[in-house]
Design a protein around this ligand. Structure first.
Ligand SMILES: Nc1ncnc2c1ncn2[C@@H]1O[C@H](COP(=O)(O)OP(=O)(O)OP(=O)(O)O)[C@@H](O)[C@H]1O
Ligand SMILES: [Mg+2]
Length: 377
């Protein structure tokens, strides 16, 4: 130790060590305590001087207590250190028998009278308690996170399966009615059953996609012509549109570049947007027209394909605007508020995005963009 005034340092070394917040204990080679600073007595709960001349093991719980002297002896003969010069976390024993966590750093003091050891002991009780609280908080957060993910997951399954199920029930009822007629048109029954089957396959595909998602397998992507995919939508979305006196029209750009995507998921997004458009038109009793327009366009600048769904419905008002993509936000009595949030996450997982704008006259346009694809990307 050096000081600007070496004599002052020599005179005040004890005060200096007594003012240290960590406990400092020195022992001789037999493990007998030679000195302790004030912090040692406070920390371990001993009255002044009671520790002097005691074996240092009194400060240690088992198994360190019975191993300690063997450890010191081995260090003195072999020079192999486990703690000396290194330091580690251990537990220590107070006079009243309480255990508490410490960080112990030990150094060797070589003197003419042989080796002595100085141990600096830092009380880790508070740090550990903080760490434990932190850990507990983190675990609680993870649990809440898992639960809300499960909640969203369940809602998403219910939401996605609802559409084909409703359609299946409608086709089954229609077939039953047809069969009750005396001059039953078997071709129409066959057609109904074919559509029913198509919807049940669709429900199966949606479930499979969710299973893949749960297994973290990602989506099944392929090179897809979005025009074809949108054309296929007609028989999936048309019954719903017809039921609500809405007309589905398509404006599909020729020679559209292909995109690399999961076709089931992308159709699901388009279906959701069409469903919302129909709802928005219903809300104002189709006061501004009955058309829902699906349009595809290639965006040259960013090499993306844009698909939009335009309606002349209620439009999105300013107060709702910031929330419409949040899960469980809905303005509909029967709505779950999951559609747009699911759709946006699907688009983002594809490296694309989903957004909307209110039209100049009436209603709004929801659109998604996907990067022009090649499977090696
Ligand atoms: N085309 C649209 N025109 C006007 N408002 C819309 C349109 N699409 C969505 N919205 C608004 O965004 C909200 C959220 O839509 P989202 O599809 O996420 O849920 P939802 O349709 O209410 O319920 P569901 O979970 O059954 O789809 C809707 O409740 C509606 O207020
Ligand atoms: Mg919806």
């Amino acid at each position: 130790m050096v000081g600007t005034d070496q004599q002052w340092l020599a005179d005040n070394a004890i005060e200096v060590l007594d003012s240290v917040v960590d406990a400092i204990v020195t022992i001789d080679a037999e493990g007998v305590i030679q000195s302790v600073n004030r912090a040692t007595e406070v920390l371990f709960g001993y009255p002044p001087s009671e520790l002097l001349g005691q074996p240092v093991e009194v400060l240690m719980p088992e198994p360190h207590r019975s191993r300690h002297q063997r450890y010191v002896d081995s260090f003195l003969t072999t020079g192999q250190a486990h703690i000396i010069g290194i330091g580690r976390e251990l537990s220590a024993l107070k006079k009243d028998g309480t255990l508490f966590p410490i960080y112990l750093a030990v150094s060797e003091i070589k003197t003419e009278r042989g080796s002595y050891f100085a141990g600096i002991i830092r009380d880790l009780s508070e740090t550990k308690a903080n760490q434990e609280t932190l850990l507990e908080q983190r675990e609680r957060l993870a649990r809440v996170g898992r639960l809300s993910t499960m909640g969203e997951m369940t809602a998403s399954i219910a939401h996605e399966i609802n559409q084909p199920l409703t359609a299946i029930a409608a086709y089954a009822q229609a077939c039953q009615k047809l069969l009750q007629k005396e001059d039953c048109d078997l071709d129409r029954v066959r057609d109904g059953l074919r559509k029913l089957n198509e919807q049940s396959l669709r429900a199966g595909a949606v479930i499979e996609r969710i299973q893949r998602f749960v297994r973290h397998e990602g989506s099944q992507k392929e090179l897809v012509d979005l025009n074809e995919l949108m054309r296929d939508l007609v028989h999936l979305a048309a019954p719903d549109a017809r039921l609500h006196s809405v007309e589905l029209t398509f404006d599909l750009q020729e020679d559209l570049p292909v995109v690399y995507c999961d076709p089931v998921q992308i159709q699901q997004v388009a279906l959701n947007l069409i469903r919302n458009a129909i709802d928005a038109m219903q809300e104002i009793d189709c006061a501004h027209g009955t058309e829902v327009l699906v349009r595809t366009r290639a965006e040259q600048v960013d090499a993306r394909v844009r698909v939009s769904v335009t309606d002349s419905g209620s439009g999105v008002d300013e107060t709702n605007e910031p929330m419409i993509f949040s899960p469980f936000h809905t303005t509909k009595q029967e709505g779950m508020g999951m559609g747009l949030s699911i759709c946006r996450s699907i688009m983002r997982e594809h490296g694309g995005d989903l957004n909307f704008e209110n039209n100049d006259n009436h209603g709004c346009t929801f659109f998604f963009v996907l990067p022009v694809g090649d499977e090696n990307e």
